[in-house]
Design a protein around this ligand. Structure first.
Ligand code: ADP
Ligand code: TRP
Length: 326
């Protein structure tokens, strides 16, 4: 096990899908198992930028915690808490905002994309990278695993840590390294575009088996018949099946495609059984946890207590550095 601390945050912004699992949850859980200390927090303050409905925010946050536990997060090893349960995140965010140049935020992709789409950008969205920098710098992690789209935010975090240390002296804030998982490609949705909750093309991670089967049967294919020769590399069913099948099983399926011995209907059935085989233990754990929300809430509370003690110690040092505390 590597003697490093990893930290990442996940936004509770809706029902999770297979793209979230393979693109974010699985690589994060694998990485946390390899490192001595790991922190995965639920970024509910960030989610306020898009979820402005109290019932939904509460539901998505508990559901994200439940899903992470069902997927194998070990709460004895990984701290999993709600960002809003640790007030020091917001406190550091204000302190850092006073040294953040406007130009740095104006260059942020998340803000630029929203503006380019003609949507109203709030101060919350504009200042998002500062809150994210605070989330990270409070805990001094070595590594921050994120998707490619978040790399710029980790670079902003490094800039702010260095600027703070330069202004106030010492090495109070530690610039972290981003870890970008390149090998996980984009998981396609049932229409072949990137699977995303915004495109209504998802296969849910924790639907009922019936719901999931229905979505699998809706995967879009070309109109080739059972005995036609098919190209596995351009087929959405095959792209999803690859995530669940062993190398040998993949080879066998590819051969059926290229020899015209499987129809799309049967390929979908095969994909559903592979999903079912892989996911059944997670689904069972999820149902068990859904029936015992207090267990999940207790883990969040216990982790928040530990996180508060780490964060409070550090924010105290930071406040001393800037002259807010003596
Ligand atoms: P959505 O596109 O459904 O709104 P999010 O933006 O909330 O998903 O994604 C959360 C994380 O899940 C992202 O950081 C990204 O790494 C991962 N992710 C989402 N969709 C996919 C996908 N189709 N393929 C791979 N990774 C994905
Ligand atoms: N911005 C990240 C996302 O949208 C979530 C996040 C918030 C985060 N704070 C973080 C990720 C700190 C890593 C570290 O996916």
């Amino acid at each position: 096990m590597q003697k490093k601390t990893i930290l990442t945050g996940l936004q509770p912004s809706g029902a999770l899908h297979l793209g979230n699992y393979f693109g974010s949850i699985l690589p994060n859980l694998e990485l946390s198992q390899k490192h001595e200390k790991s922190i995965i927090f639920l970024a509910d303050l960030h989610a306020l930028n898009s979820i402005q409905d109290k019932k939904k925010l509460k539901e998505y946050t508990l559901d994200l915690a439940t899903s992470l536990l069902a997927c194998g997060l070990n709460p004895e090893h990984t701290l999993m808490f709600k960002q809003s349960d640790v007030p020091a995140h917001s406190e550091l965010s204000w302190i850092l905002s006073t040294i953040t140049p406007m130009g740095l935020l104006e260059r942020s992709h998340a803000y630029k994309d929203k503006k380019a789409k003609g949507q109203e950008a709030t101060a919350g969205l504009f200042g998002y990278p500062i809150l994210m920098a605070s989330d990270i710098l409070l805990y001094s992690p070595d590594l921050v695993p994120v998707g490619k789209d978040q790399k710029q935010h980790v670079e902003i975090t490094r800039d702010l840590a260095n600027k703070f240390n330069h202004i106030y002296g010492g090495s109070t804030l530690k610039a972290p390294e981003p870890v970008i998982s390149e090998e996980v490609g984009v998981v396609p949705g049932i229409d072949g575009a990137k699977m995303s909750k915004s495109y209504n093309n998802t296969i849910p991670l924790f639907g009922t088996p019936k719901e999931i089967q229905k979505r699998v049967m809706q995967i879009v294919t070309d109109s080739k018949g059972v005995n036609d020769i098919k190209d596995p590399n351009t087929c959405n069913i095959f792209a999803l099946a690859k995530l669940f099948l062993s190398e040998e099983e993949c080879k066998q399926l590819a051969k059926k495609y290229t020899t015209g011995t499987i129809g799309y209907g049967d390929a979908k059935k095969l994909l559903f059984s592979a999903i079912e085989k892989y996911m059944t233990p997670f689904w069972e754990k999820y149902t068990e946890l859904k029936n015992n929300p207090q267990y999940v809430l207790d883990i969040l509370e216990k982790s928040a207590n530990t996180a508060n003690s780490i964060a409070n110690r550090h924010i105290e040092k930071i406040k001393k550095r800037v002259g807010l505390l003596s």
